[in-house]
Ligand binder design. Structure first.
Ligand SMILES: [Zn+2]
Length: 233
């Protein structure tokens, strides 16, 4: 294999590595973003749960007020009982007191229910908060690994880019410019001959072209796909 071809293959190896590094670098921000979204979702769910606890506390407060209103009413009616002379008024007050007592009982029952619910919500929230913290730490660890990888990849990219000119200067400028042109369209520019066909586009190559490649004097381009042809050693 002539030196030009060898240098081209070396350059192609470097370029493939550059492509792989770039492809990985391109994917990482999406990965990090999806990790961040996962943290956000978990956080929102936790906040929702905390909100229902706050809501419950508000309900408890309003029940407290209702209860003391009922107690006030009962007290007031009891005082009034001692002052009324009229029988029907007396009975009406008794029935008011009775009604207020029933309401008070219902409020107290509801308060007990809310207290139980509050206890279990509080317990759940603590468990969920713990789970969230564990999950958040795991996600942050994964993000840190991605960020570290970005630094590694950028270093690799820099090293590969520094190696590139060394190979380029071994190759004729005309061939390099063709190589760069084809590289924009195709991931592999230099392809082996497989059977009697171009390893890139699979077209059957004419005998004179196979001969030219065999002679190994000039760089031979596939007439169909413009890739550079070589016989693997
Ligand atoms: Zn071809």
């Amino acid at each position: 294999m002539n030196d030009q071809l060898r240098a081209l293959l070396d350059l192609q190896k470097i370029d493939s590595q550059i492509d792989a590094v770039n492809a990985e670098l391109k994917k990482i921000p999406e990965e990090i973003e999806s990790e961040r979204l996962a943290i956000n979702d978990a956080k929102l769910m936790l906040e929702d749960k905390k909100k229902s606890f706050v809501q419950l506390k508000l309900e408890q407060k309003s029940l407290d007020i209702e209860l003391s209103n009922k107690e006030e009413a009962i007290k007031k009616h009891n005082t009034e009982l001692n002052m009324v002379k009229d029988n029907s008024m007396y009975r009406a007050l008794l029935s008011e007191i009775e009604k207020a007592k029933i309401d008070k009982g219902m409020i107290e029952e509801k308060m007990l229910e809310l207290m139980d619910l509050g206890d279990s919500l509080n317990k759940d929230n603590k468990i969920e908060e713990q789970k969230y913290k564990v999950e958040e730490a795991k996600i942050n660890d994964r993000i840190a690994i991605f960020e570290k990888r970005v630094v590694e990849l950028n270093t690799q990219l820099q090293q590969l880019s520094q190696q590139r000119p060394g190979y380029i200067e071994k190759i004729e400028p005309g061939i390099i410019s063709k190589y760069e042109q084809i590289r924009k369209l195709k991931s592999f520019v230099i392809v082996p001959i497989e059977g009697d066909s171009c390893g890139g586009c699979r077209i059957l190559l004419p005998a004179y072209m196979l001969n030219d490649v065999k002679k190994d004097k000039n760089i031979v381009f596939c007439e169909n796909c413009s890739r550079i042809l070589y016989y693997p050693e």
